[in-house]
Design a protein around this ligand. Structure first.
Ligand SMILES: Nc1ncnc2c1ncn2[C@@H]1O[C@H](COP(=O)(O)OP(=O)(O)OP(=O)(O)O)[C@@H](O)[C@H]1O
Ligand SMILES: [Mg+2]
Length: 439
């Protein structure tokens, strides 16, 4: 009796120790205990799971099978063993699972006739079968599929905004894979940032402002919410438009600036400002637009001309801005074609897409375009309790679930004050362009 008690006490102590280890240092617990057990169970269950998720194929195999033979005089059926071809369910070959920061990943060999899409369709069923938060599917090369499992949602809590030392590159949050979520304007110059109200659009703009404030970059704001969002950041902004009229003139300035820079590049035989010698290179301009739809909404016919001007100017900036160091970051609740052809054309120019929580499937479709349907489903599944979570499509053609770091208005305001001295004045940017080189 006492022996049993000792064993029970020892087991309880081990269980408590493991719990404490898991709680205190999850990464080492996961590598030493959690992952080996999970990997063994994934391998052991693969046949059943693949069958249940329709990922197996019938194949003909030679097999010893029992077949009923003649009925003996006693009335019993004689069973014979015969070597014959039978159809068996074959599962895709699975390599050993490997641990990742938030779960595990495993490579599979696809069976004939299968595509990565078949695995993506089964991703939710696979996640439920293995009891993990999510399974993401990618295909590094033909015939191979990588399943990436995340045990728990890594985006429930993301830590502090790190400093962003590289020019025009800001780490704004964390991807579901655990990697940093970076917005790099030199790789993807123009971005669309959509989402329902309170989904985290302005928080992301704050993160960008904080990241860019310390860099030698001019920031320009269009805040059609009457300036309530961006006015506190005015010390670091080189220009701010808060109404339609102001927007028309600021956009006209931007177009003129672009044409000036075009001339400068032409004279120096440079294709873009980055090919100019550093002494001649003009300052890059990042244009932040909040409530994009307001630029296109028409209250009455008298506004038609203004809207046409705004729309054309914004589109020109999007089409030509990249080479001349003018980058766009447009936020809006809806960025749909119902706002007019200008928006559709602008959308086509913005290769960076961010879709926060949306209320209707069309907004997700309009923002993310013709990405994988799983991305659209994922965007619609973002919960209201996790503002800042978004689906991001960037330079590599892949989509990711990501969450921005929380950046309060006060933090962004503080950064704008601290780096106010780095804000070039608008007149300096627009009128004192460096003298072009004369050959
Ligand atoms: N990444 C995040 N982490 C934690 N909280 C966040 C995050 N992003 C946003 N929030 C919270 O969600 C709230 C709404 O965010 P935000 O103001 O950015 O939404 P929005 O999409 O700009 O809304 P609106 O369309 O009304 O302007 C904020 O008050 C903030 O506290
Ligand atoms: Mg907002």
């Amino acid at each position: 009796m006492s022996d049993a008690l000792i064993v029970l006490a020892a087991l309880a102590a081990i269980a408590a120790g493991l719990r404490a280890w898991r709680h205190l240092h999850y990464p080492s617990f996961w590598l030493a205990i959690g992952f080996p057990l999970t990997a063994a169970s994934v391998r052991a269950s693969w046949r059943r799971v693949a069958l249940g998720c329709n990922l197996t194929k019938k194949r003909q195999r030679w097999w010893f099978t029992t077949v009923p033979g003649a009925i003996a005089s006693t009335g019993l059926v004689k069973v014979r063993r015969r070597f014959q071809r039978v159809a068996v369910d074959t599962k895709p070959f699975m390599w050993l699972p490997l641990p990742t920061r938030h779960g595990w990943r495993v490579t599979l060999h696809t069976l004939e006739g299968q595509t990565p899409g078949d695995y993506a369709d089964a991703a939710e069923r696979l996640a439920h079968s293995w009891g993990v938060h999510a399974i993401r599917v990618s295909s590094p090369r033909p015939g191979r599929v990588v399943l990436m499992a995340t045990m728990r949602d890594p985006l429930v809590k993301v830590n502090e905004l790190p400093p962003s030392p590289d020019l025009l590159k800001v780490t704004v949050g964390r991807l579901e894979t655990g990697q940093p979520w970076t917005i790099d304007f030199r790789t993807v110059p123009h971005w669309l940032n959509a989402g329902a109200t309170q989904s985290g659009k302005s928080n992301l703009a704050n993160a960008l402002i904080v990241g860019l404030a310390a860099q030698p970059v001019a920031l320009v704001g269009f805040d059609l919410k009457g300036g309530v969002e961006f006015t506190p950041y005015a010390p670091r902004l080189s220009a701010l438009a808060t109404s339609r009229i102001e927007s028309v003139s600021l956009l006209a300035d931007l177009v003129a600036l672009m044409i000036d820079r075009m001339g400068l590049c032409r004279q120096a035989s440079a294709r873009n400002i980055w090919q100019l010698p550093p002494a001649l290179r003009p300052v890059p301009v990042v244009v932040l637009v909040d409530e994009l739809a307001e630029l296109y909404l028409m209250a009455d016919k008298s506004e038609k001309d203004e809207i046409a001007k705004t729309s054309t100017a914004l589109l020109r900036v999007a089409q030509l801005g990249r080479a001349f160091g003018i980058y766009l970051f447009c936020c809006g609740q809806r960025i749909g074609s119902d706002l007019g052809p200008g928006v559709t054309a602008l959308r086509a120019q913005c290769s960076g897409r961010i879709c926060h929580r949306v209320n209707d499937p069309e907004t997700a479709t309009m923002t993310l375009g013709d990405l994988d349907p799983a991305a659209l489903a994922s965007a619609r599944a973002i919960a209201a309790e996790t503002p800042g979570v978004a689906i991001v499509a960037g330079q590599d053609g892949q989509w990711y679930r990501a969450r921005s770091f929380y950046v309060s208005e006060q933090t962004a305001e503080q950064a704008a004050q601290t780096y106010a001295h780095l804000a070039p004045s608008w007149s300096e940017i627009t009128t004192h362009l460096p003298e072009p080189i004369t050959a």
